[in-house]
Write a protein that binds this ligand. Structure first.
Ligand SMILES: Cc1cc2nc3c(=O)[nH]c(=O)nc-3n(C[C@H](O)[C@H](O)[C@H](O)COP(=O)(O)OP(=O)(O)OC[C@H]3O[C@@H](n4cnc5c(N)ncnc54)[C@H](O)[C@@H]3O)c2cc1C
Length: 802
């Protein structure tokens, strides 16, 4: 056996084999895979082999599209068959909400180049005649849907990898992974030790156990899953063409032709987690006992939807486990806190996603970063706070919701409340309607009187509309208060702190006492952060960014550390409140003896102030676009700060506001938001972030950013006022211009201050002029929209800076 390699992939399921193939495809041939048994012997061999592009995340959907298109390429390369059946598939909608979701998906697909279409019940009946379309409002047809032979496909990946120089060692069990001081790994197997520069955990059902060998917890859990194959049915085998797939979210089932009969699987509500205490090493090429009880209701529903099933005998039952992460997306990328250790696990749809996962990981390893924003499957999207006790109920919830409508404003209840701030009880008593961000409870808005303490999930304006309007007007009219817990915060200290920040950040690093805004770029020039940098002294800086990107940012920072500089994630240690609105200064002046008048405490100043008993760090910035201050104290002092501000604020009309109001307020000033307007999908020039770049200094990503600057950019981020009805832009709606889709939205919403529906989105640069008339497709309907450049509030900045 080979004992030294550049990469050792652990696990020979479809995912490990895809990673191995893609590494060779990108030019690394000194790579190997070790498999404890035969290839496919985890969850891969018993998969139903179905594939589809539908995914709530646009980039995940694009990677699923890549996976599906790859199969023909693999077949051509290896001469092996993947057993492809490109039969197409339709997802049914039997409620208006489901139909809204499918129409929103269809709209996204327009600019992604995916040829899906909305079908009427009659059209569904015509292509899938065994379907009872009673109660069905329509469906989304995807010609790319199909199924394949799981084993044949995995072996095709393996052959293609071998052709590229990779080696595969089967019957080779990994017992330990030990890191050497130089960051390389000893992979200890029952056939000897392999010295590897990099380790990839593609352990599938055993990924938790393989992770534990390196001291990491990977948040995934296996679930039991079952599908049935029927006896031959003449209505099926006498057809001239193969029956398409039918996904019935109402019945939580997927159905397709299998040979001369049908195959139907369920995502049942009474689902069961498997191997809660850990996956046994003794589990081999085996299935779980049949369990009809848990799918009884699902079968009854299926009989109504497909009456033919009532008289079909069951030929085979396949019941096996496979793994899910808490949100159902894979766990891919460099594992935070470990060097040269990569995750390729938690892949619940290996045949829809395996190719995209392999490509992404190989790009990350070989080229330093993936070609697109893959945060939706980045292993760093869960914080280091995550535990098995949190993962399990979330995975169960995800399995149960697999076929549910995913609403943009939906707050899923499992494993909550988990992480709370000292304000939880106080806000709860004030009527907080809670949301969850990176495991943290965050007030979305405050219900009053007999308003329900629950936001109706919807693609349209929800019942939070009135409360949000109230909070927006409280800020714009007097002063509002909101917690700053859900910002990612970092302390950067040391003699080389300024030099280090200058290299890491593309923008200007401020002088002591000042604040600046800056993008952070990857070497490719793409945006990987949108930071506020406050300089407390020449050797002490404080950074603020997105709360959900903490591990994503810390992983990058730790990988870039050099010189005498220390960086600490203080997101949960440092908390407090932002106060915003025309009376914010009066409120601040009342709680401190310091002079906070405008000429002393200017816009973009940072100061240490004594506020009551607290020594606070106060930054004069506000994402609301209003006069505002962020007041940071130690988390232990947050309640004392609250008491002081709340009592002092009453005379100024102080009111609490939540995230819904914050996201509406930012629209007035056309402020972009991380992972919406700014993400690794975009470059600084096209998003306008280049205005913060300090071109005369050296920084990571400069060459690429300069290239964009010199060559220009094809598209430009713009703001629009939309003639909307009861639904605003959410994200990825197509923008129509001259009768064709020429752009897409990044986000939007309703400006309660201006009484207008606002959208942000990209259009061709040469068309991006004030007053441009476009149409935006929201939930399948066209809405006129006009490009605007004048901000809706405080266009001259008098209020924010004054
Ligand atoms: C009933 C059922 C139906 C399904 N239907 C579909 C479907 O229609 N479409 C779809 O896309 N997906 C489907 N899936 C899911 C699919 O099976 C998984 O997404 C896929 O198998 C994941 O592959 P993997 O490579 O990540 O994991 P696995 O297949 O579990 O592979 C992991 C491999 O790692 C090896 N390994 C683990 N630990 C070690 C070690 N210490 N040393 C060496 N080797 C090790 C294991 O032996 C195993 O071969 C289904 C799953 C089930 C259970």
């Amino acid at each position: 056996m080979k004992t030294s390699t550049r990469v050792c992939v652990i696990g020979g399921g479809v995912v490990g084999c895809s990673v191995l193939y893609h590494l060779t495809k990108l030019g690394w041939s000194d790579v190997m895979l070790v498999e404890r048994s035969e290839l496919t012997s985890g969850s891969t061999w018993h998969a139903a082999g179905g594939f589809h592009t539908l995914n709530g995340d646009t980039n995940m959907a694009a990677l699923q599209g890549y996976t599906i298109r790859l199969y023909r390429e693999l077949e051509a390369l290896t001469g092996m068959s993947c057993g492809l059946h490109h039969v197409g598939g339709v997802t049914l909608a039997d409620t208006p909400e489901r139909f809204d979701m499918l129409k929103a998906e269809r709209a996204k697909h327009r600019f992604m180049g995916l040829e899906t279409e909305i079908l009427s019940p009659q059209e569904i009946k015509a292509i899938a005649p065994i379907t009872n379309v009673e109660g069905v409002l329509g469906g989304l047809y995807d010609p790319l849907d199909g199924h394949l032979d799981p084993s044949g496909t995995t072996h095709a990946y393996a052959k293609a990898a071998r052709m590229g120089g990779a080696t595969i060692e089967t019957h080779c069990m990994v017992h330990e992974t030990r890191q050497r001081p130089d960051g390389t790994w000893d992979v200890v197997t029952d056939k000897g030790t392999i010295h590897a520069e990099h380790v990839v955990n593609a352990g599938g059902l055993w990924a938790r156990e393989v992770g534990a060998m390196a001291g990491v917890y990977l948040p995934l859990h296996p679930m039991e899953h079952q599908y049935l194959v029927t006896d031959d049915l003449p209505e099926i085998y006498e057809r001239a063409v193969e029956h398409p797939h039918v996904m019935d979210p109402g019945g939580e089932s997927y159905l397709r032709q299998e040979g001369r009969g049908l195959c139907i699987g369920f995502y049942e509500q009474p689902c069961k987690p498997w191997a809660v205490g850990g996956t046994p090493w003794s589990f081999g090429h085996e299935l779980l006992p049949d369990d009809y009880d848990k799918i009884e209701d699902s079968i009854a529903f299926a009989y109504r939807r497909y009456p033919i099933l009532e008289r079909a005998g069951v030929k085979t039952v396949i019941h096996g486990p496979f793994t899910f992460a808490p949100d159902g997306n894979p766990l891919v990328g460099p594992v935070p806190g470990l060097r040269n250790y990569w995750s390729a696990c938690g892949v619940m749809a290996g045949f829809s996603q395996g190719g995209g996962v392999g490509l992404t990981l190989a790009q990350w390893m070989v080229e330093g970063e993936p070609e697109r924003d893959v945060f939706a499957m980045d292993v760093a999207r869960f914080g280091r706070w995550i535990t098995p006790g949190y993962t399990l109920p979330k995975v169960v919830e995800n399995y149960q919701n697999r076929f549910s409508v995913t609403y943009p404003n939906e707050e899923l209840p499992a494993a909550r409340p988990f992480r709370t701030t000292p304000m939880y009880e106080i806000f709860d008593q004030m009527g907080a309607v809670w949301g969850s961000q990176y495991g943290l409870e965050v007030p979305n808005y405050f219900a009053q009187g007999d308003e329900p303490r629950y936001e109706t999930p919807s693609f349209r304006r929800s019942n939070a509309f009135e409360a949000t309007a109230r909070e927006v007007h409280a800020v714009r009219g007097a002063v509002g208060i909101n917690e700053v817990q859900n910002f990612g915060k970092y302390s950067v200290t040391g003699a080389d702190a300024r030099a280090w920040l200058n290299r890491i950040m593309a923008g200007r690093i401020p002088k002591p006492g000042r604040i600046s805004l800056t993008p952070m770029l990857a070497p490719s020039g793409r945006l990987i952060g949108d930071f506020t940098v406050a300089c407390l002294s020449e050797t002490e800086f404080r950074l603020t960014a997105s709360y959900s990107a903490q591990d994503f940012h810390m992983r990058w920072f730790e990988g870039q550390l050099a010189g005498e500089v220390q960086i600490a994630n203080i997101s949960d240690r440092s908390t407090g409140f932002q106060i915003a609105g025309p009376r914010a200064r009066d409120l601040l002046a009342k709680v401190t003896r310091a002079d906070v008048s405008d000429d002393v405490f200017r816009f973009l100043d940072v100061k240490r102030l004594s506020i009551g008993m607290m020594e606070a760090t106060v930054q004069r910035v506000s994402y609301t676009g209003d006069l505002g201050y962020e007041i940071y104290v130690d988390a232990m002092e947050q309640r004392a700060l609250w008491q002081l501000l709340w009592e002092a604020g009453q005379e100024f009309g102080l009111k609490p506001f939540g995230m819904r109001a914050m996201m509406s307020l930012r629209l007035d000033k056309f402020f972009g938001s991380w992972m919406r307007e700014f993400s690794p999908d975009y470059m600084p020039g096209e998003t306008g972030m280049d205005r913060f770049i300090q071109w005369e200094k050296a920084f990571i990503g400069k060459e690429a950013a300069e290239k964009e600057r010199a060559e220009g950019h094809a598209r430009k981020l713009c703001s629009f006022i939309v003639e909307a009805d009861d639904a605003d832009v959410i994200a990825y709606e197509p923008i129509w211009l001259d009768g064709a889709v020429q752009g897409f939205c990044t986000s939007g919403g309703y400006s309660h201050y201006a009484g207008k529906s606002v959208a942000f989105g990209f259009v061709p640069t040469d068309r991006a002029v004030d007053g441009l008339e476009v149409e935006i497709e929201i939930l399948g309907n066209m809405h006129k929209a006009r490009l605007v450049t004048d901000m809706l509030f405080d266009a001259d900045g008098a209020r924010m800076r004054g």
